[in-house]
Design a protein around this ligand. Structure first.
Ligand code: AMP
Ligand code: MG
Length: 428
């Protein structure tokens, strides 16, 4: 065996094998929750509250009408029936936004619109539909119970309660609640800054025409989009050539950019890891692992100037799936996010596969509904360079390490990649 080859072989054999969970666990140790920052609630979607939100007022602040109708005194209307209706004089008209402080005298009623505070002396609202008006008089055909059609002060939120705890991811409804409570700005966990660096002498940027032997850099763009999806701020460092000087310079840029995480792609597999390995080792503390997964066996993880680094494999599918399994939980941890886990469903695997590598396979599948059950079909060639397999995928079928084959019909778990289920033709 040639010297270089033997050296590589030894190096690889010295890599520890790690389970997916073991690798995630070790990687996550490098992260803590990022410091909080104040933002305008209009920019709050998908951000995570850094502090408990306490209600500083009741919602609604005053008892108010839930219907358009007449605010009435109980004594007047408690005996009203269709046969013996009650006639009351209309003592005023109250729209939402106006308050009547003057009490309503017995024998009279106030026309009131939805949202207007109920005037003193009245305890219920009779909707227009149950009344008949003639000029200044209204006839009421039905008794209502005290409190009917009146929304009590504080029935939604009571002053002093913790209505949104720290760690809540803000959805539109939480942003509405913050607005209702009068929080123009709020403290949220910072967004992770993620430096993204592609490595490879063969790479050119997207607008360039690749020369012989060259390809376009796909990973940086896919990874940046993954970062955005997870609420992070991608910082693109472009492409580093496979040499010590270029790589070292780019890594320094990542440090200068105050990244919270550095992602590199390429250069960690057998053929070419020497340069990357040497640079990473010189610049920080990096461990190379073989993770029991496919795609994405080789991975590098560690720290450079205290910043966690994840070395993704270069093949586009491997890069994306390694991001999915390691960078996503790390970004969730930095943001104190709890809503990030992919939905997992059971599906019937519709292909036949054999394998002997005892790794966990993440197969790209398209989902289809059949008689109330999900069927998962492989999205064609599953090579780790076949980006189309991701493009066509609704999810990743997770094949456990211990299975040496999967027969058609076997139940497998599928991690959904989208935000929602694929269309169910039965419903759509
Ligand atoms: P490597 O991990 O550097 O050995 O790369 C493995 C394969 O992925 C090679 O075919 C590379 O050309 C390809 N590759 C590496 N980086 C990228 C990238 N940024 N975009 C697309 N393909 C890449
Ligand atoms: Mg390479």
């Amino acid at each position: 065996m040639p010297e270089k080859k033997r050296h590589e072989q030894e190096m690889v054999e010295s890599y520890p094998w790690l389970s997916v969970e073991g690798a995630i666990e070790r990687f996550l140790r490098l992260f803590t929750v990022l410091p909080a920052e104040e933002i305008d609630i209009s920019d709050g979607l998908d951000r995570v509250l850094a502090r408990d939100i306490v209600a500083i007022n009741d919602i609604p602040p005053l008892a108010n009408s839930a219907m358009d109708g007449y605010a009435v005194c109980m004594a007047d209307i408690s005996a009203a029936t269709a046969e013996r209706p009650v006639r009351l004089r209309i003592a005023g008209n109250l729209a939402a936004g106006y308050v009547r402080t003057q009490p309503v005298a017995p024998g009279t009623a106030v026309r009131i619109m939805t949202g207007a505070p109920v005037p003193p002396g009245t305890e219920a609202v009779v909707p227009f539909e149950q009344t008949e008006r003639d000029g200044d008089w209204v006839t009421i055909f039905k008794a209502v119970k005290p409190g009917r059609n009146v929304r009590a002060a504080g029935e939604d939120v009571q002053r002093g309660e913790v209505i949104l705890p720290a760690g809540t991811t803000l959805r539109p409804q939480e942003i509405g609640m913050l607005a209702a409570l009068g929080y123009r700005r709020t403290a949220v966990v910072g967004r992770p800054r993620v430096a993204i660096l592609a490595t490879g002498d063969e790479l050119v940027d997207v607008e360039e025409t690749p020369g012989p032997g060259q390809i376009r850099n796909a990973n940086s763009y896919a990874n940046a989009a993954q970062v955005l999806r997870m609420g992070g701020l991608p910082i693109s460092l472009g492409i580093a050539k496979d040499n010590i000087v270029a790589l070292t310079e780019k890594l320094h840029q990542a440090v200068d950019a105050k990244a919270d995480l550095i992602l590199t792609s390429g250069g960690v597999s057998l053929g070419d890891f020497d340069v990357v390995k040497d640079v990473l080792a010189a610049e920080g503390e990096i461990h190379f692992w073989r993770v029991q997964m496919k795609p994405g066996k080789p991975a590098a993880m560690g720290q450079i100037s205290g910043i966690p680094l994840l070395g993704l494999p270069g093949n586009p599918v491997s890069a994306m799936i390694t991001f999915e399994l390691f960078a996503r939980p790390a970004m969730a941890k930095m943001q104190n996010r709890h809503d990030w886990r992919r939905q997992v469903i059971d599906a019937h695997f519709m292909n036949r596969i054999k394998r002997k590598d005892h790794r966990r396979h993440y197969l790209r599948v398209r989902l289809q509904r059949d008689n109330g059950a999900w069927q998962a079909f492989l999205t064609g060639d599953q090579g780790s360079g076949i980006l189309r397999s991701m493009v066509l995928a609704d999810g990743l079928a997770v094949i456990p390490e211990s299975w040496d084959k999967v027969e058609p019909g076997a139940i497998v778990q599928v991690m959904l990649l989208g935000r929602q289920f694929p269309c169910d033709p039965a419903i759509d």
